[in-house]
Write a protein that binds this ligand. Sequence first.
Ligand code: ATP
Ligand code: MG
Length: 572
Amino acid sequence: MRWRTSFIPTIKEEPSDAEVTSHRLLVRAGMIRQVSRGVYDFLPLALRTLRKIEAIVREEMNRAGAQELLMPVTSPAELWRDSGRWDVYGKELLRFKDRHERDFCLAPTHEEIITDLVRRDVRSYRELPMNLYQIQTKFRDEVRPRFGLMRGREFIMKDAYSFHLDREDAEREYHNMYDTYRRIFSRCGLRFRAVEADSGAIGGSLSHEFQVLADSGEDALAACGACDYAANVQKAESRLTSVESGGGSDAPPETVPTPGLKTVPEVSEFLNVPPERFIKTMIYRKPSGGLLAVLVRGDHEVNETKLGNLLDTIAMEMADEDEVQQAVGAPPGFLGPVGLPLEVWADHAVEGMTDAVTGANRADAHTIHVNQPRDFTPARFTDLRLVEAGDPCPRCETGVIEEYRGIEVGHVFYLGRKYSEAMGATILDAEGQERVMEMGCYGIGVTRLMAAAIEQNNDADGIIWPLSIAPFSVELVPLNYKEESVREVTEGIYQGLSEAGREVLLDDRDERPGVKFKDADLVGVPLRVTIGAKGLAKGIVELRWRGEGATSEVPVDEAVERIGAALDNGRA
Ligand code: ATP
Ligand code: MG
């Protein structure tokens, strides 16, 4: 492809709305433009990379035995009512009516649509197992679209759904997809980690996320420094640390004034009692109505995902100040479990705490010398806290949890019968008995993957594409394209490489070398070939890998072969 006649609108200025590197570079390299919040045009360079990622995904999915199909973007409300999700999905689901006043939505995911297809057309166990996938545009009206392609509203996803006669076979396919995902992300040149994940809105129990490690990642990951335990923090199990919780006193509870002091750090400083001797009381709305008090130790945080799973909801909401005031007679910040007129659940770490400090359920006061179980008894003790760096590993004896940031590029789920049961997707087994199918689903964020690759591969000058997903593998930069000798040699190499099937970009613009080099670095084509009059006088052209300082000289008449060999070996 020739730059002069291509649509590659690079820009020098930093885009003012871009908070992360990939967003900044995708805009500056002329790859994407925003159409509306979280909705983007993919320009030619971006589309080439997306197609490369898709090709890798297709090849590996097909190799794993999955079949590609394509489902629609619009989907009728009936299917979502059938599964029960029409009412619970919330505002991320963009709903609209057609001219006949029928309800529709833009599909954010396709469990309903595929389950409907399979329940109508698959009858016998002999047709299973079946794994169907598509690469398609999704729409989710995200609350906070941000970071460019990372969290868009419209984005490209590869989604696969598998159907099985029994759980054992569904688990076999889960592992097959797990291995397939490892191959896909390795081939894309990513440094990633598979972590245990919460099954969230889709439900089910067995689930892993594939996380690209990057400081800009939205997800917090907990991984053991000693064993291979790794989980999304939302999911990570906590293990009890044995702290000296007691201050030693077994005196009865006593209320002390703490005027205007609401937070643990404030009261801790005021009373000179360390945060780990506090019990924090948080009030949530129960999905079934009413309020629930949740207790964690003063230096811990509530894990709302764990709490939501126990209450069967995806969106835990805290009670507001008025609700708390009305139910307890005290404002948030001064709440405690002693004499609290609400149902109380507590994290394991609260069990048996002695001489603790809590709110007094009265404005501007706290209670000291609180003992569990003497002074209060929660309805249940369970794992409700967010794991933190430094915690002991829940799996091994010696390891300590470390925290990382990650970008979720893929997700594998064992779904069980969640959708097949709700939607009546059954099959006849070998004995002629009707059985509900077992399912799994497996997603990859294709556009997010492109952005994640940039987060991991860039420098101050621009993108450094992994060869496997680069929009072009080699860029020819003639220093003065108007000069006949330079033009002739450049055209010859361009011809030769094109005929050899290489993906080559030729910067044939009448720009100064400095401008061309800057753009080449920005756009990040892996191998750059510089062709100039000086080099030609010596009979050579120059090869340089993006991101590496060193250049190597190759004879003009061997250039096409040497460039081909360099690309095949990944080295000049
Ligand atoms: P997240 O927690 O980041 O919102 P999710 O759990 O909602 O992700 P899935 O429903 O598992 O995501 O979707 C499969 C894949 O689609 C994700 O692993 C991610 O790579 C991608 N994806 C999800 N939401 C978005 C989005 N808003 N923009 C871009 N890609 C997305
Ligand atoms: Mg989401």
